[in-house]
Design a protein around this ligand. Structure first.
Ligand SMILES: CC(C)(COP(=O)(O)OP(=O)(O)OC[C@H]1O[C@@H](n2cnc3c(N)ncnc32)[C@H](O)[C@@H]1OP(=O)(O)O)[C@@H](O)C(=O)NCCC(=O)NCCS
Length: 214
């Protein structure tokens, strides 16, 4: 039952990562799901997807919640019944959540060169500072930018928000492990800090938003 990481980012925010190495049977021995979530799991074709979903429930239990404390709005954004903010990601063998009194978003992406071929779908002005001649660093930077935009999207969750046109990632160094991103969309004109780290062959990214009242 491997809790991979559990860390307080600040006094209001906790990050947790689970490595999904257990069998489905082991998961089900430890987790009780709402009927709606049982139906979702039953409908998932891939075992990896099921484990990613169940790994999130293991993480919830680590911090005193259960599946019954989590619900989704009509856009698919998760919420906790006590008013705390939550963001969720799962990728292959990992699941991760971030829980905070503040707005937050999280994403985890496998580091793979395929990102180079799809970069023009989510990047435009950032190409001005990226250097494709150093292939590994270029790929890792693209993964960070992609992760930042996914995390920001999850934090804001507004229909029509474009990765390319509305979310910008300012120049950053891979060694810095943090940077700034801005959103310009409808009434939003804000900058947010983001943080990233490597977890085995993956890049984990999270962004922190403004304070929300509880
Ligand atoms: C919804 C989306 C953010 C999910 O991200 P992903 O990288 O595919 O998958 P992840 O595993 O990281 O995240 C999935 C989790 O995001 C959360 N999520 C889904 N929709 C969400 C929303 N509107 N707002 C916030 N969180 C959301 C859910 O918790 C989901 O997991 P769960 O349903 O098992 O609880 C993504 O698919 C998406 O729609 N992105 C925006 C579309 C876009 O412009 N894409 C361009 C890519 S080039």
């Amino acid at each position: 039952m491997p809790l991979y990481k559990s860390v307080n980012i600040d006094k209001d925010t906790r990050l947790l990562i689970w490595k999904n190495t257990e069998s489905l049977e082991e998961f089900f021995n430890h987790i009780k799901l709402k009927d709606s979530c049982s139906l979702r799991v039953d409908g998932m074709k891939s075992e990896l997807h099921k484990k990613g979903f169940l790994g999130v429930r293991m993480l919830l239990q680590e911090i005193g919640y259960t599946d019954f404390d989590l619900f989704y709005d009509s856009d698919g954004k998760p919420h906790l019944t006590d008013g705390m903010n939550i963001s969720i990601t799962h990728s292959y063998a990992f699941s991760a959540i971030i829980v905070s009194k503040n707005d937050i978003g999280i994403d985890m992406e496998l580091q793979r060169e395929k990102v180079i071929t799809i970069a023009d779908k989510f990047i435009e002005p950032e190409f001005n500072y990226l250097d494709p001649s150093h292939l590994t660093d270029y790929m890792k930077q693209l993964i960070v930018i992609w992760g930042v935009k996914e995390a920001v999207y999850k934090m804001i969750s507004r229909a029509g928000l474009s990765f390319k046109q509305n979310i910008y990632v300012f120049p950053f160094e891979l060694t810095d492990k943090h940077g700034m991103t801005s959103v310009n969309y409808e009434d939003i004109n804000e900058s947010y800090p983001f943080y990233f780290e490597e977890v085995e062959d993956f890049t984990l990214v999270y962004c922190l938003g403004s304070k929300t009242k509880l």
